[in-house]
Ligand binder design. Structure first.
Ligand code: ADA
Length: 563
């Protein structure tokens, strides 16, 4: 399953995932070993391959002819894609989709071979041994589509404002002409069941953008957390009076704005009660099926939370689709955790970060649940060079999307040079855990500094991480470190103290569930080679802190003006 709804009615599509592929391991002492592997899936979730690093070759076959568009939703970390033995594209970054159009493929059976590498290498600047597991494999779905020479690449719908019973929206549709001749084509829109406008154009070879500003959409409901009303938007491409291609996405009508110290959803000041969540599961690695993601979201809802931060990379669209449906707000961020200046100076770092941002925003633009974009968690925001990267990435986000605010999570107290750049100032803090100070004190100190020397005066302030660790099943009434009792007590104190601070718009708990960490590098020193700050363990079994969090979160309303 690639999405929670059909994305085409006219274009013929087929999923190449949801089936077994042949995999040959190509590295180390397992070289030559063959397996049948479910795609999507992670190599490390297979018996005996829990720590496999290196190259592997995934193979399957498909029957098709004519123009074929092949889309991979995520291959970790690096993919080289071959059709009938010829390399057709390559892509780095595990957490964003990529596609390739093959022109005039001969009718018949073809082989698809994807070489996958999950090694840590200099040229993969965003991956390093880290406080989460960098899994390997074709970890998200693969689609095969038949497209005409002129086809639709994407459609972006920007809800602008409600007017009585209606909504006003901007729509942009990007089309591509794969041929070397100019062709005439029209794009027609059907939004929320209603035919709207049609535009006809000459399409030169390459890309053509069709823009539909200020469209009036009649009688649609506003999307919000309580009533996440969703509608289908379809762009249809017509040539010579025939419908030749289409693109369907699911949209919600809502606005996000920043006003003073608050982020407003449809004009109402949001109070964030959230969890940071890694895509991680002992059985599936990072390739959680829809059922497992749904269970996570059900727990998150039960805990009284209203938001998830996709730390530290863009997530699978199934997760985003489910958040759209369940009215759960999403902070989605690019792929970077704790990267020091030295590595930010790697010549691949900036282009790779920017590519992730481009792919993330282009592909996920229409999700109403995404209310904020994040970048560069705990990177070198305390150096001039680091600042230049933050600046460039914020500029890029703002050039791609003006309808959402942006932020980044910092831990560089007293040294951060970047607080003037984001729309929301976000801080990771671990009072009572890594720090002796109380949560109220840490919050006060950080906010005072951001307001004055930090150059972030007057902006919304968000706690982007707060938490403590516990090992599931370790009970100790004397509250020793790693006991469930100690985590429950610390989290209860942290949350109550943050909730009492009205200038702070909300908080994200680090983290939803325990996760595997790299066995290479510093993180391997964590007990069990896991980051144990989950409120549930890796099997989603609630720790004592579950009840403590639930009590606080459920007592807090979703908006600041509701008492
Ligand atoms: C940081 C980081 C997280 C995690 C956390 C921790 O704040 O952003 O990824 O490593 O610390 O558990 O210490």
């Amino acid at each position: 399953m690639l999405r929670m709804f059909d994305t085409h009615q006219i274009r013929k599509t087929r999923e190449l995932s949801g089936r077994l592929w042949d995999v040959t391991l190509l590295s180390g002492d397992r070289e030559g070993e063959k397996r049948k592997v479910m795609v999507p899936g992670c190599l490390e979730a297979l018996p005996g391959l829990g720590n496999y690093r290196g190259w592997s070759a995934y193979e399957t076959t498909f029957s098709a002819g004519g123009n074929v568009r092949l889309e991979c939703k995520g291959v970790s970390h690096f993919a080289r894609v071959y059709v009938d033995g010829e390399e057709v594209t390559r892509h780095y970054n595990s957490y964003t989709p990529f596609s390739v159009c093959l022109r005039n493929l001969e009718d018949g059976e073809h082989t698809l071979r994807i070489l996958v590498d999950n090694e840590f290498r200099e040229e993969y600047a965003l991956d390093m041994p880290n406080d989460y597991m960098s899994y390997g494999g074709i970890s998200r779905g693969v689609a095969l589509e038949s497209v005409p020479d002129c086809y639709i690449r994407w459609m972006h719908v920007t809800p602008l404002r409600a007017e009585g019973e209606d909504w006003i929206a901007d729509v942009k549709v990007l089309c591509e002409n794969l041929s070397d001749q100019t062709q005439r084509a029209a794009v027609r829109l059907r939004i929320a069941g209603e035919e709207t406008e049609k535009q006809e154009r000459e399409m030169k070879p390459g890309e053509t953008l069709f823009s539909f500003p200020e469209l009036r959409i009649h009688g649609v409901q506003t999307w919000d957390m309580e009533h996440p009303a969703l509608y289908l938007a379809q762009a249809v491409l017509e040539q010579n009076g025939e419908e030749t291609d289409d693109w369907i996405d699911r949209i919600g009508f809502r606005t996000v704005a920043v006003e003073g110290r608050r982020v407003l959803l449809n004009g109402k000041p949001l109070r964030i009660k959230g969890f940071c969540r890694h895509e991680d599961h002992p059985q599936y690695g990072c390739a959680l099926p829809a059922e497992a993601i749904t269970y996570d979201l059900a727990l998150i809802r039960d805990l009284g939370a209203n938001s998830v931060r996709t730390s530290h990379y863009p997530n699978d669209e199934i997760f985003l689709d489910l958040c759209d449906e369940m009215g759960i707000l999403v902070w989605e961020e690019n792929h970077a955790r704790g990267i020091p200046e030295e590595r930010m100076r790697n010549p691949h770092f900036e282009p790779q970060c920017e590519q992730v941002i481009r792919e993330m925003i282009t592909e996920h633009y229409n999700h109403p649940s995404i209310y904020i974009w994040g970048i560069l968690n705990e990177c070198a925001s305390d150096t001039e060079y680091g600042r230049s990267c933050y600046q460039a990435q914020y500029d890029l986000i703002r050039s791609l999307d003006t309808s959402r605010p942006c932020t980044s999570a910092s831990c560089k107290f007293n040294k951060d040079l970047c607080q003037d750049l984001p729309d929301v100032c976000s801080w990771n803090m671990y009072p009572y855990w890594y720090e002796e100070r109380s949560a109220s004190q840490m919050l006060r100190d950080t906010m005072d500094w951001v307001e004055t020397a930090g150059n972030g005066a007057g902006k919304p302030f968000l706690v982007s991480e707060i938490g403590a660790g516990a090992i599931y099943g370790f009970r100790d009434p004397s509250m020793d470190v790693w006991s469930e009792e100690r985590q429950a007590e610390i989290l209860g104190k942290q949350l109550r103290e943050v909730a009492a601070c009205e200038e702070c718009m909300g908080m994200y708990i680090w983290q939803f569930c325990d996760v595997r960490v790299a066995r290479e590098g510093w993180a391997m020193h964590r007990p069990r080679t896991r980051n144990n700050k989950g409120v549930v363990d890796e099997y989603r079994r609630p720790k004592l802190s579950y009840a403590a969090v639930r009590e606080v979160f459920q007592s807090l309303p979703d908006y600041w003006d509701e008492r």
